[in-house]
Design a binder for this molecule. Structure first.
Ligand code: ADP
Length: 407
């Protein structure tokens, strides 16, 4: 079975092809046989197309394409033509899985794409104005290129859609409840994957575990996973809530926004740009949204970089504490995504305050490894796992589960 996965974002797309006929040893994630990406941020009026076969051959081209569907078409062509060809015909593809950012309250599971599902994704555009349109166009572009192929949507909000009302409801006027202004949460595909992977690695039933998952990438969010369900999470109505991120502020006093509007005449668009693009590590350090750059500057004594890292750690610990309170206990902490998979400084500093719970990391040097790893000391009462998130594989697995006939 060949499954194409498409993650269509606002200014870049990622895609990969899994060949599930190749057989994978139990417990291991297969590598895609082909990967490709489109990036419109390099040069106005052009898209950078990159594609690579697992076997090594690759291409990189700058194409004068601005239309998303045309870009996807050029990307898909590298599956069947040129040095990155991995299939003889596109008809060999059995299904396409899509990451869709917002599924609202109604979608708590992955679904086969129908006209009704497309209409729902369209109706949710006001809640995810930069993502859902790209996701929908991705689905429509695949329809145009591959015809009547089964397509599956996985929503980033789905894992959190059954959160208790007390965790999902913002304490504004009741009208907010009626208007759908609530905590939706994001990164759900990743939180769900790493929580299940943690249970598998520990040989435990996920239903018996209290797991705190920390997805720390460009966007950062935490989830409290109890009995296999997300019962609380730090991102909210939008992906701006919660911990500090690369260029997003995370939670700030909403009074600051009122102050800036009244005193400085800020518009909604200016606040949007400030909070999403000019805050977080980038805003405080004045250097970069990339943790690697900021930590390097801190190591060289840059005061703003030091402040940025200290605030990042402080915010992370606070929100970890909040998630642990929601869980009412703690069996496992998982770190994942770019920062979470790589930065031992973050593991150590984030875990320090929770030693009173019996959480202890291994002594000695900790560092990134190719494989998922347990970095807790043997006698720690809490396991601490570093897990490589595999959102694309999770999407491919969901396609298989939905498309295989029920026995
Ligand atoms: P996204 O959220 O866009 O999927 P990633 O999960 O790839 O992003 O995370 C990207 C971020 O991870 C980078 O901006 C950088 O801050 C951080 N990162 C990536 N590699 C490392 C590393 N080796 N050490 C520390 N931080 C890293």
């Amino acid at each position: 079975m060949k499954i194409l996965v498409l993650n269509a974002g606002s200014s870049s797309h990622k895609s990969c092809l899994f060949d599930l006929g190749q057989g994978t040893p139990d417990g291991l994630t297969p590598n895609p046989i082909w990967r490709a990406a489109l990036d419109w941020t390099h040069q106005p009026g052009f898209v950078e197309l990159t594609a690579a076969r697992e076997a090594g051959e690759s291409v990189r081209r700058s194409l004068p394409i601005t239309d998303q569907a045309d870009g996807i078409s050029a990307m898909i062509t590298t599956l069947v033509e040129g040095p990155t060809q991995v299939v003889d015909s596109l008809s060999e593809i059995d299904a396409v899985g899509h990451r869709v950012v917002h599924g609202g309250q109604d979608y708590s599971h992955s679904v086969r794409v129908t006209e009704a599902v497309k209409a729902a994704i369209r109706d949710l555009i006001p809640l995810a104005p930069s993502h859902n349109p790209a996701n929908l166009q991705g689905i429509e572009a695949i329809e145009a290129i591959l015809g009547d192929i089964p397509q599956v949507a996985l929503f980033d909000t789905a894992f959190h859609a059954r959160m208790p009302e007390a965790a999902a409801t913002y304490p504004g006027p009741y009208a907010w409840v009626e208007q759908g202004i609530r905590r939706y949460g994001f990164h759900g595909i990743s939180h769900q994957y790493v929580a299940q992977r943690a249970a598998d690695l520990l040989g435990r039933d996920i239903a018996s575990l209290k797991i705190l998952t920390c997805h720390l990438g460009n966007g950062c969010s935490l989830a409290a996973v109890k009995g296999g369900m997300s019962i609380d999470t730090t991102m909210g109505f939008t992906p701006l809530d919660g911990v500090m991120m690369g260029s997003r502020s995370g939670s700030v006093d909403p009074g600051i926004l009122i102050h800036l509007m009244r005193q400085e005449g800020y518009s909604a668009d200016q606040l949007d740009t400030m909070l999403n693009k000019e805050s977080g590590l980038k805003g405080l350090s004045g250097l970069s949204n990339d943790m690697r750059v900021v930590v390097e500057a801190m190591d060289q004594g840059h005061p703003q970089a030091t402040l940025a890292v200290e605030v990042f750690i402080h915010r992370l610990r606070r929100e970890m504490g909040a998630m642990i309170a929601s869980l009412g206990g703690l069996d496992v902490v998982v770190f994942t995504a770019g920062i979470g998979e790589n930065k031992s400084l973050v593991w150590q500093r984030a875990c320090e305050p929770f030693e009173f719970l019996g959480l202890r990391l291994k002594d000695g040097e900790l560092g990134r490894t190719k494989d998922d790893q347990d970095i807790a000391a043997a006698d720690s009462r809490v396991r601490v796992l570093v897990i490589h998130t595999q959102e694309e594989w999770a999407i491919a697995q969901a396609c298989v589960a939905l498309l295989q006939p029920v026995a």
